[in-house]
Design a protein around this ligand. Structure first.
Ligand SMILES: Cc1cc2nc3c(=O)[nH]c(=O)nc-3n(C[C@H](O)[C@H](O)[C@H](O)COP(=O)(O)OP(=O)(O)OC[C@H]3O[C@@H](n4cnc5c(N)ncnc54)[C@H](O)[C@@H]3O)c2cc1C
Length: 408
């Protein structure tokens, strides 16, 4: 069968593009390698709750298109400010130290702005003060923001990230919201795309379920997988591969723990495992007031834990929490679920960062090829990268670009 547009990948970007084209009456199909839709937006039911293993926060929520879509679908939005905008618990982190850390973090971001404005695309680590007392914990922030340590991250790219400072959540899950947006779309699951031939009149897409043709294709797979040539392009696209290789996906993973006698902790509070070095976890206590801890690990720590598997995540969480809260605390926690995005063959990591010197690669990755091959996904966004709304906006933009110039 021939389509107007074939969309590769049923994540936030692919579904946004498909929704737009489908609702305009175009013949469109989404080819998805997994047995489910959503990609890095994935809500599962565990311990009696909807838990987001990928995106959870509607970042820049006051301008985030997913906020409006959630409301239109009648989904409940929780506007409680996130733990990182409020003081942490004081266990192991006195209030005066928290203030000093916050001031050091603000100074770091001011320095990132100064460096970015010089136009020199330095590693963000150059914006840390030599021997700064809080460099370790600011390094931990890097692993949450970028999934990588600051020395690997472009200061210009970091500075371009847009953030209104408003962060909300969808009570039933961000992944659930994104999956609901797909209602009525034509989606082929378990359908990995292997090769895209864009040299002829039509685009020819080879999948494990056979060959399909279309006027155009919109490719939304993660940049890490483009760089790995998980899909082969014919003719080859060396500039695309180079751009994708400069936009690797960092490592970030969540582990959910059940928590007995949860009421002892303030709801929506937070602990850092350590404050004196990087390579530590953030522990979100009682998200939505639930008897759970959402543990977050990033960068090389997450990469090492991924190699050890679920038990390594739990052992690490237990050791950090027991260190803060005492040996008896070990009896109050049990693992619920964890997902390793770095070893996930259809993700290749958590979200993209730009290597120093390569901030402009996002535009290069997003650039269409001959009006028939389009690229979308969070890594294609110049200022909303690493987010589900950035993915949405790039998917919509690719659909609009085809509608504006397509042959159908
Ligand atoms: C732990 C974690 C926490 C996060 N937290 C947040 C957050 O709080 N807020 C936020 O906004 N964002 C967050 N993110 C990032 C957000 O989830 C992603 O930026 C967004 O979901 C990416 O959407 P996408 O469409 O670009 O890519 P994806 O969701 O990765 O979609 C690409 C799709 O392509 C499919 N695919 C891959 N290879 C093939 C192939 N060969 N053939 C066919 N299909 C293929 C994949 O299976 C996938 O479904 C988080 C991510 C992680 C991992």
């Amino acid at each position: 069968m021939s389509y107007d547009v074939i969309i590769v990948g049923a994540g936030a970007a692919g579904l946004a593009a498909a929704r737009r084209l489908h609702d305009t009456g175009k013949r469109v199909i989404v080819l998805e390698a997994r047995s489910r839709i959503g990609g890095r937006a994935w809500t599962i039911a565990a311990a009696g709750f909807p838990l987001d293993l990928g995106c959870g926060w509607l970042h820049s929520a006051d301008g985030n298109p997913w906020s409006d879509i959630a409301r239109d679908l009648g989904l409940q939005i929780d506007e409680t400010p996130p733990p990182w905008t409020r003081p942490s618990l004081t266990v192991g982190f006195a209030i005066e130290d928290q203030r000093a850390f916050r001031a050091a973090l603000d100074a770091f971001y001011d320095r990132v702005e100064e460096v970015a404005q010089t136009g020199k695309d330095a590693p963000a680590s150059e914006c840390l003060p030599p021997d700064g007392r809080w460099n370790g914990l600011i390094g931990t922030v890097a692993t949450f923001v970028a999934g990588a340590e600051w020395d690997k991250v472009s200061a210009i790219d970091l500075h371009r990230y847009a953030d209104t400072g408003v962060n909300w959540r969808v009570v039933d899950g961000y992944g659930h919201l994104i999956a609901r947006h797909a209602a009525g779309l034509d989606i082929a699951l378990d359908c990995p795309v292997r090769r895209i031939d864009h040299g002829g009149r039509d685009v020819r897409v080879e999948t494990e379920q056979g060959v399909m043709t279309a006027d155009a294709a919109i490719v939304t797979i993660p940049s890490a997988l483009i760089a790995r040539e998980q899909i082969v392009f014919a003719p080859s696209l060396p500039e695309k591969l180079a751009a994708a290789a400069a936009l690797p996906l960092g490592h970030d993973d969540k582990l959910f723990l059940s928590l007995a006698q949860a009421d002892e902790f303030e709801r929506e509070s937070r602990l850092f495992g350590r404050t004196d070095r990087s390579g530590t976890g953030a522990y979100h206590m009682r998200p939505f007031g639930r008897p759970l801890i959402e543990c977050y690990y990033g960068g090389s720590l997450a990469e090492a834990l991924e190699r050890g598997g679920p038990q390594a995540f739990f052992d690490f969480a237990k050791s950090e929490l027991v260190n803060l809260l005492g040996n008896e605390f070990a009896k109050r926690i049990a693992p619920v679920v964890e997902h390793s995005w770095g070893t996930d063959p259809f993700a290749g990591g958590a979200y993209s960062y730009a290597k120093p010197g390569f901030a402009d690669c996002r535009k290069a990755l997003a650039a269409p090829v001959n009006g028939r091959l389009f690229f979308a996904g969070e890594a294609c966004s110049v200022d909303d990268f690493s987010t589900a709304h950035g993915a949405y906006l790039t998917g919509r933009a690719a659909a609009e670009a085809w509608l504006a110039g397509g042959r159908a």
